[in-house]
Design a protein around this ligand. Structure first.
Ligand SMILES: Cc1cc2nc3c(=O)[nH]c(=O)nc-3n(C[C@H](O)[C@H](O)[C@H](O)COP(=O)(O)OP(=O)(O)OC[C@H]3O[C@@H](n4cnc5c(N)ncnc54)[C@H](O)[C@@H]3O)c2cc1C
Ligand code: FES
Length: 292
């Protein structure tokens, strides 16, 4: 059972939580994720480790409400523990001194890009971050990203904050104004990663993307997270989550993410609001029942 020390809403539908997980906090590296299961019959969901404090033994995760499990997480009382937190999983980001690295994060993708920007900066790179969101409220972690970057540019689709437009518009504009980027990282919605990779390909900038394929076991056995990269089948959980953005078959990934939409809609509609005293996983209730 993993204790939740803090939990708050940082944007509409976006929950930030600090969990006590000392071993994961000590060993995690940028780019890695955990798979969580909130209660015994719950599904397993992957979330990136957005930050960690090895001394306090804590990790920070940020979850966007998209369906049943993320809605459960947003609503669950802080007294409740998380049944399983498995990790760190996935290959860490390959960090080296490239020179000038551009980190392009869209929406919830800003959470996974944060530790990567930190690590590139710590390795001596100049880091420019371009952050995007549909609207002002959805541009998360701006202060974290300012601390992790040399420069930060912001774009919103509706122009409510920063520049009006997409992150790709800002990237193009920076290049036209003379910025030379040696390496790019793009994390966000699949169409955004596809668009950034298309642009950086024309600019000749090597680009990595972190893919959000649907996962079940996280061990490379079930095949749920398979994708095609450069014509080869890969598994996001064990071969990724990062891949060469110029080689990923994004159209296939989008198709696979939509495969279970009807079942997900049904599961979300059938989900009941979380009640602390009815939950078998609740630390308070278990202590009261004398089970812990
Ligand atoms: C390596 C990795 C890191 C991730 N990091 C984050 C993160 O830091 N923050 C965050 O908010 N989200 C992250 N995600 C996506 C997150 O796992 C899904 O949003 C979540 O599993 C949805 O669960 P749900 O039951 O709420 O929604 P569901 O009702 O199950 O699904 C809603 C939509 O979410 C997507 N989805 C569903 N299940 C999964 C799954 N197991 N894996 C991936 N996508 C899924 C599908 O597109 C689906 O249509 C990450 C995914 C991966 C693979
Ligand atoms: S999650 Fe099962 S193979 Fe990757």
């Amino acid at each position: 059972m993993f204790q939740i020390l803090e939990k708050k809403i940082i944007a509409p539908g976006v929950t930030q939580a600090v969990l006590l997980a000392p071993e994961i906090a000590r060993s995690r590296k940028a780019g890695q994720f955990v798979i969580l299961r909130f209660y015994e019959k719950g599904e397993r969901i992957p979330l990136t480790i957005a930050d960690a404090d090895p001394e306090k033994g804590t990790i920070t995760i940020i979850s966007q409400r998209t369906g049943k499990s993320t809605a459960y997480f947003e609503e669950m009382p802080i007294s409740e523990g998380i049944l399983d937190v498995v990790g760190p999983l996935g290959h860490p980001t390959h960090i080296e001194r490239y020179g000038h690295v551009v980190c392009v994060g869209g929406g919830i993708g800003i959470a996974p890009i944060h530790p990567i920007a930190q690590a590139f900066r710590a390795a001596g790179n100049r880091v420019t971050s371009i952050l995007g969101g549909r609207t002002r409220d959805l541009v998360i972690l701006e202060d974290w990203m300012r601390r992790a970057s040399d420069e930060v540019y912001i774009a919103t689709d509706d122009g409510s904050y920063g520049q009006k437009g997409f992150v790709t518009d800002v990237l193009k504009e920076r290049a036209e104004k003379g910025d030379h980027f040696d390496f790019a990282v793009a994390i966000g919605p699949v169409p955004m990663m596809k668009a950034v990779s298309g642009l950086t390909k024309t600019m000749g900038i090597t680009t990595i993307v972190s893919l959000n394929a649907i996962m079940v076991d996280g061990t490379g056995m079930c095949g749920a997270c398979r994708i095609t990269v450069g014509g080869e089948t890969k598994f996001v959980c064990v071969d990724g989550p990062e891949f060469d953005g110029h080689k990923v078959d994004f159209v296939q990934l989008m198709h696979r993410l939509n495969m279970f939409k009807d079942q997900e809609r049904e599961a979300t509609a059938a989900a009941q609001p979380v009640k602390e005293d009815e939950n078998p996983n609740c630390i308070k209730k278990r202590a009261f029942d004398g089970k812990e």
